[in-house]
Structure formats: C-alpha cells, structure tokens
Design a protein around this ligand. Sequence first.
Ligand code: FNR
Length: 373
Amino acid sequence: MMFDFVDGSTGDEIAAGLNTSALDQIKLQPRVLENVEGRRLETDLLGETFGLPFGIAPMGMCNLVWPGADAALAAEVQQRGIPLCASSAASTSLEDMAALAGERAWFQLYVGQSREAAFNLVDRAAAAGYRVLVLTVDTPQISRRIRDLKNGFKVPFRMGPRQVLDFALHPHWSLSTLFAGPPMPMNFETAGREFERGESRGGIDWTFLDLLRARWTGRLVVKGVMAADDAVRIRDAGADAVYVSNHGGRQLDSAPPAIQALPQIRTAVGPDFPLLFDSGLRSGEDIVKALALGADFVMLGRPILYAIGAAGAPGLARLIDCIADDIGVAMAQIGRRAIADIDGTVLADPADEPAQTDLEPEVLVPLKKADNR
Ligand code: FNR
C-alpha cells in the first residue's frame, strides 16, 4: 500500500510514464579534450549556495514509508547542504522540521478551504525561521489515484480486512511503524484540525497570490507550473522563482511531460529568472538534462522515498552519493566543470536521434529551443 502511495499516479499513469520517457529521449553531446579536473557541484539559488544542484521535493507523510524518514531526510540535507521542502501534509510539524533541518528546511503550502488556516501556517513558518515558502498550485482538487483506491489507502487512515492482510504480509514495516507510533499529518494535528486528503484547494486565485506575496517577506516559490503564460504572470506578481512540475504525473494524466514545458517557460520568463524543476528525474544525467533545458535547480521526488523504503537512512545516503557521482561523471563526459556552465549547448540535437520510445516526434520539438540561456 505504501509503495503504491509513492509510486502511483493519476488515471492510467500515462503522464508519469511520459515524464520519464521524454527525459530518456533527450541526449547529451559527448565532448573530448576539455580539461574537466576539479569539477564542482555547488549551485547558487535564491541568494544561497547549495552543495549539490538538487534538493528534496515536498512529499506528504514520509514517515509512512519508513519510521523516522523525516529525521533521516533532515540529517541528510544538513550534511549535504541542500534544501528539504517540508510539506504541509508532512508527518512532522513544521517547527520540528525546522529544528531538525535548520536553514536547509523550506516550507510548502497547500491552501484548502480555510485561508485563515493557510495564513496561520505561513505565520508559523515565519516564526519558525523558514526563509523559503513554496506555494503549490497544481492541486486544486486531488485527483483519483487508482492504486490508492484499490488499496483502500486514505488519510485519515481506516483499517479494514485488506489493510490487515497487507500489514500482516509486511511485518518488518508494520511492527516498526507500530512501535514508532502511527504517523499523523502533524501540521494539522498541532493546529487542532483534521487533515482531509480530498479537501478542495481550488479556491485560490491570482488575488490570493498577491495577498500571500504581501504577507510573506521571505523568498516565495510557486510550484506546479506548466504554462509559460502562468509562469510570466507569477514572475510579474513578485514571486522569487517558478517551480516547473506536473506533480510527477499525479494530477492530470493528459498533461504533457514536465520536461517539455521547461524550455518553453525558460524562454518566456527570460534567462535570469530562477526556475526549479521536478517530475520524472531518476538519475544524475536526467538532472544534467533539466539544467541544460533551463532549470537553475531541481528537486527529487519519488527516488528519495524509494531509497528510504528500500534501505532507510543508509539507502538515502547511498542514493544521494550515486546521483551526485553520476552528475560529476556526466559533466566530465560533456566537458563541463561547473553547474553554471551547463546550458543548451550540452545537448545533442534531438532531431538526429532515433525515437527511443513511441512518443510522437512533436513532443520533442520544443526541446530544441533549449539553447536560449
Ligand atoms: C508528492 N508531491 C507533493 N507535492 C507537494 O507540493 N506537496 C505534497 O505534499 C506532495 N506530496 C507528495 C507525496 C508523494 C508520495 C509524492 C510521490 C509526491 C509531488 C512532489 O513534490 C513532486 O512534484 C513529484 O514527486 C515529482 O515527480 P517524481 O520525480 O517523483 O516523479
């Protein structure tokens, strides 16, 4: 059930599949006889320097994957000097996440039926010392996740025969989770509110963005943007960055692959406006591709939870080591020594490539606009 909660997407899971297959089709151009000694992965974003060009995307209820997942994430980001975006629906309160992850913690905001409750979270985040707020706008209504429906997975959790059987078949997880105490959506618990996963978040609009911008004095990032016009309007409303994402294909099954939107949005917002990206990134080379197509920084979603689910905190550390190593090796192959030097010129011309999947060729056409940075 927990694997499906993480791995699953909306509908027939077409969008999630396209996110990864579209990245697979993008090719990097090998170059030779460039001195690539002393490569550096430090990356500047929003006035800070991070140890790696990626951080950890907001994901709700991480402690469901393995007890202590939130604490493991916090320890890891502290050690690596990378950001961890704590979700509104996290299994640890935002105050506790700030205490665990320090300045590396960002806070992600969902706005449900009560704006007052949302602003209360914003004020709590400010009081807890957060400097970056990420407003997620691509979930006006949570979509139907078929695997969750089949498994009977709900928050708040309800136990039935199917769940009893699932737990009995996974005793290591079940007993560990039982001993640690079943995870709860702690930002809601601490506010005395019940978390309803299906609650509509469709009431916010451009005026809300203006209100939030006026209230939140720290850095404001707007997450879940796929249209160039929306990105420009968000930039003009005073946001500090746009976060290009289709929520990992978890919301609109007919959405285009997120990587396709990235170069279009880069062209629209101009070369200097900060852009973050997620959805479908599975390797160091994927990250290099996203940087080449216009992202300044990327966030990892599911792979982080797969690693924790497979092997706990050591699994997480191992994954981050592998991805960081892979970025360094890829940079050596394409002749780049610094993250800031990765631009559209590192891409092989996609038109020269045979199709690797059955994606229509026009899916790749916008990718050719990449060398605009
Ligand atoms: C998410 N995502 C998400 N996004 C958000 O803004 N707030 C949230 O609470 C969550 N929760 C969440 C839970 C789980 C289990 C997953 C897998 C994802 C979306 C997440 O931030 C990110 O956009 C996607 O995970 C990126 O896609 P990939 O790379 O995981 O395919």
